[in-house]
Design a binder for this molecule. Sequence first.
Ligand SMILES: [Zn+2]
Length: 379
Amino acid sequence: MKTLINLIIVFFIGVLTAQESFVIKDVMLFDGEKVTEKISILIENGKISKIAPIIKKEVTIIDGTGKFIMPGMTNCHVHAWAPNALEQAAQAGVLNLLDMHGVEPYQGMMKSMKDSTNYARFYVAGYAATAPGGHGTQYGFPVPTLTKPEDATKFVEDRVNAEVDHIKIIVEPWKPTLSHETVKAVIDEAHKNNKKAVVHISKVEDAYNVLNNNADGLVHIWTDKPLANDKLKQLSADKDFFVIPTLLTNIEVLKVIKKKSEEEIAIKTEFLFAEIQKLYKAGVPILMGTDPPNANINHGTDLYKELLLVSEAGIPNLEVLKGATSYPADQFKLNKIGYIKEGYIADILLLSKNPLKDIKHIGTIESIWKAGKKVQQQK
Ligand SMILES: [Zn+2]
């Protein structure tokens, strides 16, 4: 009897974990690092189990001739208030969303959907660190605030208890804002708790200060003045950091909210492009993010517009794709995603055209697999 029960248990576990196995054959592969012209990939049990020139296996074969494969994408700056945002993202091949300030009690529920095929995984900051009456307090939900460096320990402890993935800090001087001493204390406390600390800035002086104080990354680029070359040289020599420039957000805010003229937008765009080029040349990783739903930006296909803008700024397309795949995984330590490598989770986009030739081809996604299961595309 015991044996029979054991057999039944084994059978049911088998049914629950059985997943489609398939091979994508003779495809061009961007694996998160480099490009291989013609290769085959075996997907089994939700993982990439083999990558080789020829794979012989009795499974479904998908002919990838003339097509392009890349890892699922990550949007590194979002605010998502409900699961439909995660669904919209997955539909566009954006399989991971990095929240940068939200309502903690809802976030636990949204995070728990990480294994649902039709929803993007959600990595959260919880409440961002800000001052009383500061940026981030205006959205209609109560937000804990800080007034002095001594507040940092409890603030970070509360976020850790809420199971956040990273710590977000706001420095925005158009409203009451945190002092740089308090920001530094939050960064230090985040690092003690093994969390990345990323900062919202809008002014170059604040960017310089927070990076000097060991911030891991900026979630926007500054918009006021150029970063002096000697400062950039010093920062890139002394510190490891990344920038999520959110170009689309900056430009859409100028258009939609500030109603600037086309000429003013063109001048600002040139400025932003030049700053991003400087960062790229200094070896700073540029990560893709769009800050939805600000300026009516969506959680899905609008990420393609960011890739296009970063490409237009003069960043090579290979680097742009890394900024949407492997760089976020490296910088935010996302486990076994962002790459198409043996042993990694099978988050795969199959495109009919090569986005390295023209970044606009990111819009030619034919099929999306999350952990080896096909996302049901609603078009
Ligand atoms: Zn934001």
